[in-house]
Write a protein that binds this ligand. Structure first.
Ligand code: PHE
Length: 464
């Protein structure tokens, strides 16, 4: 206890556990990073916002902002040994610090609620493949009809959320991490197999070209806004997650190298998912703009068509949705865990109470998201369904603010030198000068421009 106090941690902080080494760290972060963001969200955004040009913008953003922010958050977490609210407070106490910390802490709470609604859809599909409804699922109207029927969508959402909460209550997080180490390679293999099948369908090549070859004609400012939100979402940036993981990281682990590895792995899976889904849109629906713009429903509409058309389709569908289910479950658990630990540390709640509070938030916001396509379809916020609105709120509005807070904390308060010292504890900081440039000039200006343009866009001042 004494050692903890001298470290200045909140009184109820437990001794920190740590990852075994770089591999352990990379696998744990990859397990949290790879989820619905890669398999469900990336393909539909890439389809909607220009294909190859979206991918190109995404890669550029990842190598600049993504890299700089991951390094910053990890280093801040490892330096302070705390989660975001505590980490911000370690450097000062004013309102600005509380705001920055809480911004990072609240985002995962917003995301996890609608994440569970989509987790519910995945669970429903898994169940249907178990029953062998392969042909029915491939029907164009199956998905819209399913989500419009609120009682059913709500049932699967509650089921998925309960699974998340039960795992948290049982405290088997360690076990979950072990599961994800087995699951991740399986997911990669299956994704390669399904993508291989999808891209060889007649007409699918157009889709491969659409995804991989940038076409400037498809560029709009919205491409940048969407790519930036997706990069944060997929890499779990600006949600307090990396602060927390960094606080579990040993001093000898190379921060830069592990950042690259996580980035490559996460992007690789997203591109594979894109190759499963977008060529299928072209092969099965001729690449019609309405389908490309399908948004959140894209994965649920095109993937079942691929399975229905192939031999062993039911088995493949079952495997696919099982893996997506597990990827979604592990990510949802780590999102919810981040909220729970914030409640424990900052509100002094017991673990059970913190989990119940998290559960109540999930139930409230998640139900609204899940019923937003049925009984609540009249309820739109700024012209969006509840699910789309929460996604927009978290990714396009709150995340830029949280990322900006981290930039300002690093450049104005902590100082670039201290971050460099932290990184250099384990290795030379190869990208130090570029890192400084990104954090000081590029990132804040760019984040601000993106934030203002997404606000202007919703308010209808500009159309993108
Ligand atoms: N990055 C995850 C995904 O791509 C979402 C997530 C964010 C999970 C933060 C955990 C923590 O789905």
């Amino acid at each position: 206890m004494k050692a903890e106090k001298s470290g200045g941690r909140p009184p109820n902080a437990k001794p920190r556990s740590s990852f075994s080494g770089r591999l352990g760290y990379v696998l744990a972060v990859a397990g949290s990073a790879v989820g619905l963001g890669n398999i469900w969200r990336f393909p539909y955004l890439a389809a909607k916002y220009g294909g190859g040009i979206f991918l190109l913008v995404y890669l550029i953003l990842m190598l600049t902002f993504g890299y700089a922010l991951i390094v910053s958050e990890t280093a801040l977490g490892r330096m302070t040994k705390r989660s975001p609210v505590g980490a911000f407070h370690a450097f000062g106490r004013g309102r600005a610090f509380s705001f920055g910390g809480w911004m990072n802490a609240i985002i995962p709470m917003v995301i996890v609620s609608y994440y569970c609604a989509i987790g519910g859809w995945v669970t429903k599909y898994l169940f249907e493949y178990l029953r062998g409804s392969t042909a029915t699922l491939a029907n164009d109207n199956y998905f819209p009809d399913f989500i419009a029927e609120s009682a059913s969508a709500e049932f699967w959402f509650v089921l998925f959320s309960l699974a998340v909460l039960v795992v948290l209550l049982a405290g088997v997080k360690q076990g979950v991490e072990r599961v994800s180490k087995v699951m991740m390679p399986l997911l990669v293999l299956l994704a390669i197999f399904v993508a291989g099948y999808a891209v060889t369908r007649p007409g699918a090549m157009e889709g491969v070209k659409y995804l991989l070859i940038p076409n400037l004609e498809n560029f709009s400012w919205m491409t940048v806004v969407a790519a930036m939100g997706q990069m944060f979402y997929s890499l779990s940036i600006a949600m307090g997650i990396l602060y927390t993981y960094g606080s579990y990281m040993k001093k000898e682990v190379d921060i830069e190298k592990s950042t690259y590895q996580v980035g490559i792995f996460d992007t690789g899976i997203a591109i594979l998912a894109g190759l499963m889904i977008i060529p299928a849109v072209f092969a099965f629906s001729g690449g019609a703009p309405e389908t490309l713009n399908a948004g959140p429903s894209l994965m649920f509409i095109t993937i079942p068509k691929v399975f229905a058309s192939m031999g062993f389709g039911t088995g493949a569908g079952l495997m696919f949705f099982l893996l997506v289910f597990m990827a979604a479950l592990t990510s949802a658990i780590s999102l919810a865990e981040s909220g729970v630990s914030t409640f424990e540390d900052q509100l002094g709640l017991s673990r059970t109470k913190a989990i119940l509070l998290m559960g109540a938030i999930i139930l409230l916001l998640g139900s609204a998201s899940s019923m937003g396509f049925g009984v609540l379809s009249g309820l739109t916020l700024l012209g969006m369904t509840v699910l789309d609105f929460l996604d927009f709120l978290a990714n396009s509005l709150m995340m830029p603010v949280a990322a900006l807070a981290t930039c300002l904390l690093v450049t104005r308060v902590v100082g670039l030198d201290k971050i460099a010292q932290e990184v250099e504890q384990s290795s030379a900081f190869r990208g130090k000068r570029l890192y400084g440039f990104f954090m000081k000039y590029l990132a804040p200006v760019f984040i601000l421009v993106v934030l203002l343009s997404s606000i202007a866009n919703v308010l209808g001042w500009i159309s993108m």
